[in-house]
Design a protein around this ligand. Structure first.
Ligand code: KG4
Ligand code: ZN
Length: 401
Protein backbone atom coordinates (compact mmCIF):
# COMPACT_ATOMS: atom_id res chain seq x y z
CA UNK A 1 0.00 0.00 0.00
CA UNK A 2 1.29 3.46 -0.85
CA UNK A 3 0.72 6.51 1.33
CA UNK A 4 0.85 10.08 0.06
CA UNK A 5 2.44 12.31 2.68
CA UNK A 6 2.60 16.10 2.77
CA UNK A 7 5.64 17.35 4.71
CA UNK A 8 5.82 20.89 6.12
CA UNK A 9 8.94 22.46 7.63
CA UNK A 10 9.14 26.00 9.08
CA UNK A 11 11.39 25.63 12.13
CA UNK A 12 14.06 28.14 11.16
CA UNK A 13 14.87 30.08 8.00
CA UNK A 14 13.65 27.69 5.33
CA UNK A 15 10.02 27.37 4.33
CA UNK A 16 9.75 23.90 2.83
CA UNK A 17 6.87 21.86 1.49
CA UNK A 18 7.08 18.43 0.00
CA UNK A 19 4.80 15.66 -1.16
CA UNK A 20 6.14 12.11 -1.12
CA UNK A 21 4.77 8.70 -1.88
CA UNK A 22 5.91 6.25 0.77
CA UNK A 23 5.65 2.48 0.66
CA UNK A 24 6.22 -0.17 3.20
CA UNK A 25 9.38 -1.95 2.06
CA UNK A 26 8.29 -5.40 3.16
CA UNK A 27 7.34 -4.18 6.58
CA UNK A 28 4.85 -3.08 9.14
CA UNK A 29 1.45 -3.24 10.59
CA UNK A 30 -1.00 -6.00 10.23
CA UNK A 31 -3.73 -4.97 12.59
CA UNK A 32 -2.03 -3.46 15.61
CA UNK A 33 1.04 -5.59 15.44
CA UNK A 34 4.29 -4.11 14.21
CA UNK A 35 5.86 -7.02 12.35
CA UNK A 36 9.32 -5.75 11.61
CA UNK A 37 11.06 -2.52 12.36
CA UNK A 38 11.85 -0.20 9.49
CA UNK A 39 15.42 -1.43 9.23
CA UNK A 40 15.75 -0.54 5.62
CA UNK A 41 13.53 2.49 5.79
CA UNK A 42 10.38 2.95 3.78
CA UNK A 43 10.35 3.19 0.01
CA UNK A 44 10.29 6.86 -0.80
CA UNK A 45 9.42 8.66 -3.99
CA UNK A 46 9.50 12.44 -3.97
CA UNK A 47 6.54 13.69 -6.01
CA UNK A 48 6.97 17.42 -5.54
CA UNK A 49 9.41 19.44 -3.50
CA UNK A 50 9.40 23.21 -2.96
CA UNK A 51 11.67 25.30 -0.77
CA UNK A 52 12.22 28.98 -0.16
CA UNK A 53 15.25 30.04 1.79
CA UNK A 54 15.23 33.29 3.80
CA UNK A 55 19.01 33.39 4.00
CA UNK A 56 19.37 36.64 2.07
CA UNK A 57 16.88 38.43 4.32
CA UNK A 58 18.52 37.24 7.55
CA UNK A 59 22.07 37.71 6.24
CA UNK A 60 21.71 41.49 6.63
CA UNK A 61 21.10 41.00 10.36
CA UNK A 62 23.85 38.45 10.89
CA UNK A 63 21.44 35.76 12.14
CA UNK A 64 17.86 34.55 12.08
CA UNK A 65 15.23 36.89 13.58
CA UNK A 66 12.11 35.01 14.78
CA UNK A 67 9.55 37.72 13.90
CA UNK A 68 11.04 38.17 10.45
CA UNK A 69 11.14 34.40 9.94
CA UNK A 70 7.47 34.13 10.89
CA UNK A 71 6.50 36.89 8.44
CA UNK A 72 8.39 35.25 5.59
CA UNK A 73 7.01 31.77 6.33
CA UNK A 74 3.45 33.19 6.34
CA UNK A 75 4.04 34.88 3.01
CA UNK A 76 5.68 31.92 1.30
CA UNK A 77 3.91 28.86 2.63
CA UNK A 78 0.78 28.95 0.45
CA UNK A 79 2.60 29.60 -2.86
CA UNK A 80 5.08 26.84 -1.99
CA UNK A 81 2.26 24.43 -1.26
CA UNK A 82 0.72 25.23 -4.65
CA UNK A 83 4.11 24.69 -6.30
CA UNK A 84 4.52 21.29 -4.60
CA UNK A 85 0.99 20.27 -5.58
CA UNK A 86 1.59 21.24 -9.22
CA UNK A 87 4.90 19.38 -9.34
CA UNK A 88 3.17 16.30 -7.89
CA UNK A 89 0.33 16.44 -10.38
CA UNK A 90 -2.13 16.84 -7.48
CA UNK A 91 -3.28 20.37 -8.26
CA UNK A 92 -6.84 20.48 -9.42
CA UNK A 93 -8.98 23.57 -9.75
CA UNK A 94 -12.21 23.73 -7.84
CA UNK A 95 -15.67 24.25 -9.20
CA UNK A 96 -17.69 25.20 -6.12
CA UNK A 97 -17.07 27.96 -3.55
CA UNK A 98 -16.65 27.60 0.22
CA UNK A 99 -19.66 27.86 2.49
CA UNK A 100 -19.77 30.33 5.42
CA UNK A 101 -19.39 27.53 7.94
CA UNK A 102 -16.17 26.33 6.29
CA UNK A 103 -14.81 29.86 6.09
CA UNK A 104 -15.47 30.35 9.78
CA UNK A 105 -13.67 27.07 10.53
CA UNK A 106 -10.63 28.32 8.61
CA UNK A 107 -10.63 31.69 10.36
CA UNK A 108 -10.81 30.04 13.78
CA UNK A 109 -8.01 27.68 12.86
CA UNK A 110 -5.86 30.60 11.69
CA UNK A 111 -6.60 33.03 14.52
CA UNK A 112 -2.89 33.27 15.37
CA UNK A 113 -1.87 33.70 11.73
CA UNK A 114 -3.70 36.77 10.36
CA UNK A 115 -1.03 37.36 7.74
CA UNK A 116 -1.76 34.17 5.87
CA UNK A 117 -5.52 33.78 6.41
CA UNK A 118 -6.46 35.51 3.14
CA UNK A 119 -4.04 33.35 1.12
CA UNK A 120 -5.29 30.14 2.71
CA UNK A 121 -8.96 30.98 2.17
CA UNK A 122 -8.25 31.83 -1.44
CA UNK A 123 -6.34 28.57 -1.84
CA UNK A 124 -9.12 26.48 -0.36
CA UNK A 125 -11.64 28.25 -2.58
CA UNK A 126 -9.59 27.55 -5.68
CA UNK A 127 -8.51 23.91 -5.35
CA UNK A 128 -10.08 20.52 -4.82
CA UNK A 129 -8.95 18.36 -1.90
CA UNK A 130 -5.76 16.72 -3.17
CA UNK A 131 -5.07 13.04 -2.78
CA UNK A 132 -3.03 13.35 0.44
CA UNK A 133 -3.33 10.69 3.16
CA UNK A 134 -1.39 12.28 5.98
CA UNK A 135 0.24 15.61 6.84
CA UNK A 136 3.58 15.68 8.71
CA UNK A 137 4.62 18.99 10.23
CA UNK A 138 7.62 20.03 12.31
CA UNK A 139 6.56 20.53 15.93
CA UNK A 140 10.07 21.43 17.17
CA UNK A 141 12.78 22.08 18.03
CA UNK A 142 13.11 25.51 16.45
CA UNK A 143 11.84 29.08 16.68
CA UNK A 144 8.32 28.95 18.10
CA UNK A 145 6.75 31.79 16.07
CA UNK A 146 8.14 30.13 12.93
CA UNK A 147 7.01 26.64 13.95
CA UNK A 148 3.47 27.89 14.58
CA UNK A 149 3.10 29.02 10.97
CA UNK A 150 3.67 25.48 9.69
CA UNK A 151 1.58 23.90 12.45
CA UNK A 152 -1.42 26.20 11.94
CA UNK A 153 -1.21 25.79 8.17
CA UNK A 154 -1.12 21.99 8.60
CA UNK A 155 -3.97 21.95 11.10
CA UNK A 156 -6.14 24.12 8.86
CA UNK A 157 -5.67 21.85 5.86
CA UNK A 158 -6.21 18.86 8.15
CA UNK A 159 -9.48 20.26 9.50
CA UNK A 160 -10.94 21.40 6.20
CA UNK A 161 -9.94 18.29 4.24
CA UNK A 162 -10.21 15.83 7.12
CA UNK A 163 -6.61 14.61 6.91
CA UNK A 164 -4.60 13.39 9.92
CA UNK A 165 -1.78 15.72 11.04
CA UNK A 166 1.32 14.11 12.59
CA UNK A 167 3.60 16.27 14.77
CA UNK A 168 7.19 15.57 13.77
CA UNK A 169 10.54 16.11 15.48
CA UNK A 170 12.93 18.11 13.32
CA UNK A 171 15.95 16.18 14.68
CA UNK A 172 14.34 12.86 13.85
CA UNK A 173 13.91 14.36 10.38
CA UNK A 174 17.67 14.92 10.16
CA UNK A 175 18.25 11.30 11.23
CA UNK A 176 15.93 9.82 8.61
CA UNK A 177 17.20 12.20 5.91
CA UNK A 178 19.73 9.46 5.15
CA UNK A 179 16.89 7.19 4.04
CA UNK A 180 15.89 9.52 1.22
CA UNK A 181 18.76 8.62 -1.05
CA UNK A 182 17.06 5.73 -2.81
CA UNK A 183 19.96 4.49 -4.92
CA UNK A 184 21.65 2.92 -1.96
CA UNK A 185 20.63 -0.20 -0.05
CA UNK A 186 19.58 1.29 3.25
CA UNK A 187 20.69 -1.43 5.57
CA UNK A 188 20.32 0.27 8.93
CA UNK A 189 21.26 -2.26 11.58
CA UNK A 190 20.98 -1.46 15.25
CA UNK A 191 22.29 -0.21 17.56
CA UNK A 192 22.91 2.80 15.38
CA UNK A 193 24.49 6.09 16.35
CA UNK A 194 23.52 9.45 14.91
CA UNK A 195 25.68 12.53 15.03
CA UNK A 196 23.43 15.54 14.46
CA UNK A 197 25.28 18.71 13.60
CA UNK A 198 23.37 21.84 12.68
CA UNK A 199 23.01 25.52 13.49
CA UNK A 200 21.11 24.75 16.68
CA UNK A 201 22.32 21.28 17.67
CA UNK A 202 25.35 19.10 18.21
CA UNK A 203 24.20 15.76 19.56
CA UNK A 204 25.20 12.13 19.64
CA UNK A 205 22.09 9.99 19.67
CA UNK A 206 22.09 6.27 20.33
CA UNK A 207 19.34 4.51 18.38
CA UNK A 208 18.23 1.13 19.73
CA UNK A 209 15.60 0.88 17.01
CA UNK A 210 13.58 3.47 15.09
CA UNK A 211 11.87 5.80 17.58
CA UNK A 212 13.95 4.55 20.52
CA UNK A 213 16.48 7.28 21.02
CA UNK A 214 18.79 8.34 23.81
CA UNK A 215 20.94 11.43 23.59
CA UNK A 216 24.33 10.37 24.99
CA UNK A 217 26.29 13.52 24.16
CA UNK A 218 25.58 17.13 23.38
CA UNK A 219 27.19 20.53 23.23
CA UNK A 220 27.48 22.35 26.52
CA UNK A 221 27.28 25.75 24.82
CA UNK A 222 27.26 26.64 21.11
CA UNK A 223 26.28 24.23 18.37
CA UNK A 224 28.98 23.50 15.82
CA UNK A 225 27.05 25.26 13.02
CA UNK A 226 26.66 28.27 15.29
CA UNK A 227 30.44 28.27 15.80
CA UNK A 228 30.94 28.22 12.02
CA UNK A 229 28.53 31.15 11.72
CA UNK A 230 30.17 33.15 14.54
CA UNK A 231 33.71 32.56 13.30
CA UNK A 232 32.57 33.64 9.85
CA UNK A 233 31.25 36.86 11.34
CA UNK A 234 34.59 37.46 13.11
CA UNK A 235 36.28 37.07 9.71
CA UNK A 236 33.83 39.55 8.15
CA UNK A 237 31.76 36.98 6.25
CA UNK A 238 27.98 36.88 5.92
CA UNK A 239 25.49 34.49 7.53
CA UNK A 240 25.37 31.51 7.13
CA UNK A 241 29.08 31.15 7.61
CA UNK A 242 29.52 27.39 7.19
CA UNK A 243 29.85 27.26 3.41
CA UNK A 244 32.05 30.39 3.35
CA UNK A 245 34.45 29.10 6.00
CA UNK A 246 34.60 25.83 4.13
CA UNK A 247 35.50 27.55 0.86
CA UNK A 248 38.29 29.58 2.54
CA UNK A 249 39.67 26.50 4.30
CA UNK A 250 39.79 24.65 1.01
CA UNK A 251 42.02 27.35 -0.50
CA UNK A 252 44.37 27.14 2.47
CA UNK A 253 44.65 23.37 2.02
CA UNK A 254 46.17 23.96 -1.41
CA UNK A 255 49.18 25.41 0.42
CA UNK A 256 51.58 24.20 3.10
CA UNK A 257 49.99 24.56 6.54
CA UNK A 258 50.75 27.79 8.41
CA UNK A 259 52.12 26.37 11.67
CA UNK A 260 51.80 29.73 13.44
CA UNK A 261 48.04 29.55 13.45
CA UNK A 262 47.01 27.20 16.21
CA UNK A 263 43.59 26.78 17.84
CA UNK A 264 42.50 24.55 20.73
CA UNK A 265 40.54 21.27 20.42
CA UNK A 266 37.97 21.79 23.20
CA UNK A 267 37.02 18.73 25.26
CA UNK A 268 38.96 16.43 22.94
CA UNK A 269 40.16 14.22 25.77
CA UNK A 270 37.25 14.30 28.20
CA UNK A 271 35.73 10.95 29.08
CA UNK A 272 32.23 11.83 27.93
CA UNK A 273 30.55 12.43 24.60
CA UNK A 274 29.95 16.13 25.16
CA UNK A 275 31.21 19.01 23.06
CA UNK A 276 31.98 22.68 23.56
CA UNK A 277 32.47 25.17 20.74
CA UNK A 278 32.12 28.51 22.45
CA UNK A 279 35.75 28.56 23.64
CA UNK A 280 36.95 27.71 20.14
CA UNK A 281 35.10 30.72 18.75
CA UNK A 282 36.59 32.94 21.51
CA UNK A 283 40.04 31.58 20.68
CA UNK A 284 39.51 32.70 17.08
CA UNK A 285 38.48 36.13 18.31
CA UNK A 286 41.67 36.52 20.42
CA UNK A 287 43.82 35.22 17.59
CA UNK A 288 42.32 37.73 15.16
CA UNK A 289 42.85 40.57 17.65
CA UNK A 290 46.46 39.53 18.11
CA UNK A 291 47.13 39.28 14.38
CA UNK A 292 45.77 42.75 13.59
CA UNK A 293 44.83 43.41 9.97
CA UNK A 294 44.20 40.10 8.21
CA UNK A 295 45.23 39.31 4.66
CA UNK A 296 43.06 36.99 2.55
CA UNK A 297 45.64 34.25 3.14
CA UNK A 298 45.44 34.76 6.92
CA UNK A 299 41.66 34.37 6.78
CA UNK A 300 41.98 31.18 4.77
CA UNK A 301 44.51 29.75 7.23
CA UNK A 302 42.34 30.61 10.23
CA UNK A 303 39.31 29.03 8.55
CA UNK A 304 41.32 25.88 7.90
CA UNK A 305 42.59 25.58 11.48
CA UNK A 306 39.10 26.22 12.85
CA UNK A 307 37.61 23.60 10.54
CA UNK A 308 40.37 21.12 11.46
CA UNK A 309 39.68 21.66 15.15
CA UNK A 310 35.90 21.20 14.80
CA UNK A 311 36.41 18.12 12.60
CA UNK A 312 38.90 16.50 14.96
CA UNK A 313 36.66 16.89 18.00
CA UNK A 314 33.55 15.63 16.17
CA UNK A 315 35.37 12.60 14.79
CA UNK A 316 37.10 11.63 18.03
CA UNK A 317 33.98 11.81 20.21
CA UNK A 318 31.89 9.94 17.66
CA UNK A 319 34.56 7.29 17.24
CA UNK A 320 34.66 6.68 21.01
CA UNK A 321 30.86 6.40 21.20
CA UNK A 322 30.89 3.95 18.28
CA UNK A 323 33.37 1.71 20.09
CA UNK A 324 31.75 1.94 23.52
CA UNK A 325 28.28 1.12 22.20
CA UNK A 326 29.33 -1.45 19.62
CA UNK A 327 27.46 0.45 16.98
CA UNK A 328 26.44 -1.25 13.69
CA UNK A 329 25.39 1.86 11.76
CA UNK A 330 26.53 5.45 11.89
CA UNK A 331 24.27 8.22 10.62
CA UNK A 332 25.34 11.83 10.27
CA UNK A 333 22.68 14.48 9.75
CA UNK A 334 22.21 18.25 9.88
CA UNK A 335 23.40 21.21 7.83
CA UNK A 336 27.03 21.00 8.92
CA UNK A 337 27.54 17.61 7.24
CA UNK A 338 27.36 19.54 3.97
CA UNK A 339 30.96 20.37 4.93
CA UNK A 340 33.38 18.52 2.65
CA UNK A 341 36.18 18.25 5.17
CA UNK A 342 33.92 16.79 7.87
CA UNK A 343 32.28 14.40 5.37
CA UNK A 344 35.69 13.24 4.18
CA UNK A 345 36.99 12.72 7.73
CA UNK A 346 34.02 10.50 8.66
CA UNK A 347 34.29 8.53 5.43
CA UNK A 348 37.98 7.96 6.09
CA UNK A 349 37.49 7.02 9.74
CA UNK A 350 34.76 4.47 8.98
CA UNK A 351 36.53 2.90 6.03
CA UNK A 352 39.75 2.48 8.02
CA UNK A 353 38.57 1.54 11.51
CA UNK A 354 34.99 0.32 11.19
CA UNK A 355 34.76 -1.73 8.02
CA UNK A 356 31.70 -3.61 9.29
CA UNK A 357 29.80 -0.45 10.18
CA UNK A 358 27.51 1.19 7.62
CA UNK A 359 28.01 4.91 7.28
CA UNK A 360 25.06 6.97 6.07
CA UNK A 361 25.42 10.61 5.12
CA UNK A 362 22.60 12.42 3.30
CA UNK A 363 23.14 13.99 -0.09
CA UNK A 364 24.12 17.65 0.36
CA UNK A 365 20.65 18.94 -0.60
CA UNK A 366 19.04 16.70 2.03
CA UNK A 367 21.47 17.61 4.80
CA UNK A 368 20.27 21.18 5.26
CA UNK A 369 16.66 21.81 6.34
CA UNK A 370 14.03 20.45 3.96
CA UNK A 371 10.52 19.02 4.05
CA UNK A 372 11.31 15.60 2.58
CA UNK A 373 12.93 14.50 5.84
CA UNK A 374 9.88 15.73 7.76
CA UNK A 375 7.52 13.79 5.48
CA UNK A 376 9.61 10.62 5.95
CA UNK A 377 9.86 11.00 9.75
CA UNK A 378 6.12 11.76 9.98
CA UNK A 379 5.26 8.77 7.81
CA UNK A 380 7.36 6.42 9.95
CA UNK A 381 5.61 7.65 13.11
CA UNK A 382 2.24 7.40 11.42
CA UNK A 383 2.62 3.76 10.36
CA UNK A 384 4.35 2.62 13.53
CA UNK A 385 1.78 4.40 15.67
CA UNK A 386 4.38 4.86 18.40
CA UNK A 387 2.51 7.89 19.67
CA UNK A 388 -1.18 8.17 20.05
CA UNK A 389 -0.75 10.88 17.36
CA UNK A 390 -1.81 13.97 19.27
CA UNK A 391 -4.27 16.23 17.49
CA UNK A 392 -4.06 19.27 19.70
CA UNK A 393 -0.29 19.65 19.78
CA UNK A 394 1.63 22.89 20.24
CA UNK A 395 4.89 24.23 18.85
CA UNK A 396 7.75 23.12 21.07
CA UNK A 397 10.90 25.18 20.68
CA UNK A 398 13.00 22.85 22.82
CA UNK A 399 11.53 19.52 21.81
CA UNK A 400 14.07 16.77 22.38
CA UNK A 401 14.38 13.30 20.91
O1 KG4 B 1 20.35 21.85 9.60
P1 KG4 B 1 20.44 23.25 9.17
O2 KG4 B 1 20.11 23.59 7.74
O3 KG4 B 1 19.54 24.17 10.05
C1 KG4 B 1 19.39 23.97 11.43
O4 KG4 B 1 18.55 23.14 11.81
O5 KG4 B 1 20.17 24.64 12.15
O6 KG4 B 1 21.94 23.75 9.50
C2 KG4 B 1 22.35 25.06 9.27
C3 KG4 B 1 23.80 25.19 9.71
C4 KG4 B 1 24.32 26.62 9.67
O7 KG4 B 1 24.97 26.90 10.89
C5 KG4 B 1 25.32 26.61 8.51
O8 KG4 B 1 26.39 27.52 8.68
C6 KG4 B 1 25.80 25.18 8.55
O9 KG4 B 1 24.65 24.42 8.84
N1 KG4 B 1 26.40 24.75 7.28
C7 KG4 B 1 27.69 24.41 7.15
C8 KG4 B 1 27.89 24.14 5.78
N2 KG4 B 1 26.70 24.32 5.13
C9 KG4 B 1 25.80 24.69 6.08
N3 KG4 B 1 28.68 24.33 8.06
C10 KG4 B 1 29.89 23.98 7.63
N4 KG4 B 1 30.17 23.72 6.33
C11 KG4 B 1 29.22 23.79 5.38
N5 KG4 B 1 29.52 23.52 4.12
ZN1 ZN C 1 17.92 21.43 10.84
Amino acid sequence: MKTIVLGIETSCDETAICIIEAGEHGVINSGNEVKEPFNNGPEIKVLGNALQSQIEIHAKHGGVFPALAKREHSKNITPLFIEALKKSGLYQEKKSTLGDEEKTKILVSLKMEHEMAADVIQLLETIEKPNIDVIAVTQGPGLEPALWVGINFAKTLGTVWNIKVVPTNHMEGHIVSVLVDSEKEKNVTFPALALLISGGHTELVLIKSWHEYSVIGRTRDDAVGEAFDKVARILGLEYPGGPKISALAKKSRERVKNENIVLPRPMLNTKDYDFSFSGLKTAVLYLVKKMGELSETDKEDIAREFEDSATEVLVKKTRQAMIDHNVRTIIIGGGVIANENIRGAFQKMTSMDFIDVNLFIPQIEHSTDNAIMIAVAGYMRFVSKVDSLEVDFKASGNLSL
